[in-house]
Design a binder for this molecule. Structure first.
Ligand SMILES: Nc1ncnc2c1ncn2[C@@H]1O[C@H](COP(=O)(O)OP(=O)(O)OP(=O)(O)O)[C@@H](O)[C@H]1O
Ligand SMILES: [Mg+2]
Length: 396
């Protein structure tokens, strides 16, 4: 089960704590992030009041079945939707087992247990590739050339990598003119064009080799940025590449080139988040309008692109206002960024992120707040809507 999955395990007894630690330290769980805590179900409930829940929660519980069910309902209150729960207990009661299994608990394991049983239970949860946890795909599109789309994609990917237990992956799909090597000051040995050249050979191991680490929080699949050596991109290759990347990383950020092709249209349609970066001028407004109109039919009303207006006040006298954009597009911009040539120029020249070039810059706060929205990390609800996967039946 060499895959990324986040697991919190709450033990009551020393024996089960040992089993959980053995699973955590097993080689096949090397890519999983697993934490072992004491305190059983009660500790799990306390934990997620102000912290997002992981993909899998394992709880050991000794209480009678009525208390166990009430406790699990309390846990459902504070969990993210889709969280899987495995319960470890000592009640060898087929009725209880059926009740739990039939109503949202993924597995009930009987004590005493071996590490292998717990490992199998977790692996079974994700045996179907469709059920495997996938990272968010966030694509960036510049309304017109030079809007700042790549620079913002780079900085936001880096900012998202700060808050994640695993590295975010940045894929520069601007094969001809991509700036990722310069922006991250990388000397990448292999580039995105090579990764796309033989899609049938591409797998997780190979992709890992193509990635260059910028720091602990960010890995980059760079573009050589050589116009004469940029082969055409195929739909299938890009799909395979990004599917693999999304299995490896919690967030995959894609920098799209400013051109129109079927594979670009496809990515703008299927991505979890589309960020449209525009400058505040008339031509950019026109292009943003036609893109948003095209996307609304493809993506539906539910997943609107997020609009970033960049380089505000570069041309104070002639620029359009955020209100002009809002009224024309019917979309409230998610982010308004000032024109700061000094800061952007310095970061670009140093091959650094903005927050590294100037820690105190105000724009950093805006970018990190937007990064939280993009990565989809929301604090656990308190008493809000219930988790669909867990004990919904108790509500009925
Ligand atoms: N808010 C800003 N203030 C000042 N300069 C900026 C700002 N945002 C971006 N820039 C600068 O604008 C230039 C173009 O940025 P970038 O390459 O990110 O744009 P792009 O939309 O990706 O362009 P392309 O269409 O070539 O892909 C860069 O030099 C970048 O440093
Ligand atoms: Mg670009």
């Amino acid at each position: 089960m060499l895959m990324r999955v986040t697991i919190d395990a709450f033990a009551l007894t020393p024996d089960v704590a040992e089993v959980m630690k053995a699973v955590r330290d097993d080689r096949s769980f090397a890519k999983a992030r697993m934490e072992v805590y004491p305190g059983g179900l009660a500790a799990a409930i306390a934990q997620y009041h102000n912290k997002p829940s992981p993909q899998v929660i394992v709880v050991e519980e000794d209480e009678d079945d009525a208390t166990l069910l009430t406790g699990l309902e309390d846990l459902a209150e504070v969990c993210e939707p889709g969280t899987r729960v495995i319960v470890i207990g000592a009640l060898n009661d087929i009725k209880l087992y059926r009740t739990l299994m039939g109503n949202g608990v993924s597995e009930y394991l009987l004590r005493p247990l071996q590490p292998r049983q717990l490992m199998d239970a977790v692996a079974t949860l994700f045996a179907d590739p469709a059920a495997a946890p996938k990272g968010r795909l966030v694509v960036f599109w510049g309304a017109r050339g030079g809007a700042g789309s790549s620079t913002l994609a780079q900085n936001l990917a880096w900012a998202m990598g700060r808050g994640q237990p695993e590295a975010v992956v940045y894929v520069d799909l601007d094969l001809a003119f991509g700036t990722s090597q310069l922006a991250f000051n990388l000397d990448a040995k292999q580039h995105v064009a090579e990764a796309l050249a033989n899609p049938e050979r591409l797998d997780a191991v190979l992709l890992e080799r193509f990635l260059a680490a910028y720091d602990d929080g960010l890995k980059v699949l760079a573009s050589a940025g050589e116009v004469r050596q940029s082969p055409p991109v195929t739909f299938e290759a890009v799909d395979k590449l990004l599917d693999l990347a999304c299995r490896m990383a919690p967030v995959v950020v894609v920098d799209l080139p400013h051109l129109w092709a079927d594979w670009i249209e496809h990515l703008l349609t299927v991505a979890d988040e589309v960020v449209v970066v525009t400058a505040p001028n008339l031509a950019s407004l026109r292009d943003t309008k036609s893109l948003l109109e095209a996307l609304v039919t493809r993506r539906g009303e539910g997943a609107p692109p997020r609009l970033v207006i960049n380089k505000i006040d570069a041309f104070k006298k002639t620029q359009l206002s955020p209100k002009d954009f809002e009224e024309t597009l019917g979309v409230t911009p998610s982010l308004l960024l000032p024109f700061e040539p000094q800061l952007f120029g310095q970061a670009a020249n140093n091959g650094q992120m903005l927050a590294e070039a100037n820690r105190g810059a105000k724009i950093n706060e805006q970018l990190s707040a937007f990064a939280v929205q993009l990565s989809g990390r929301s604090p656990a609800r308190k008493g809000g809507a219930k988790s669909k996967s867990l004990l919904d039946w108790l509500r009925k």
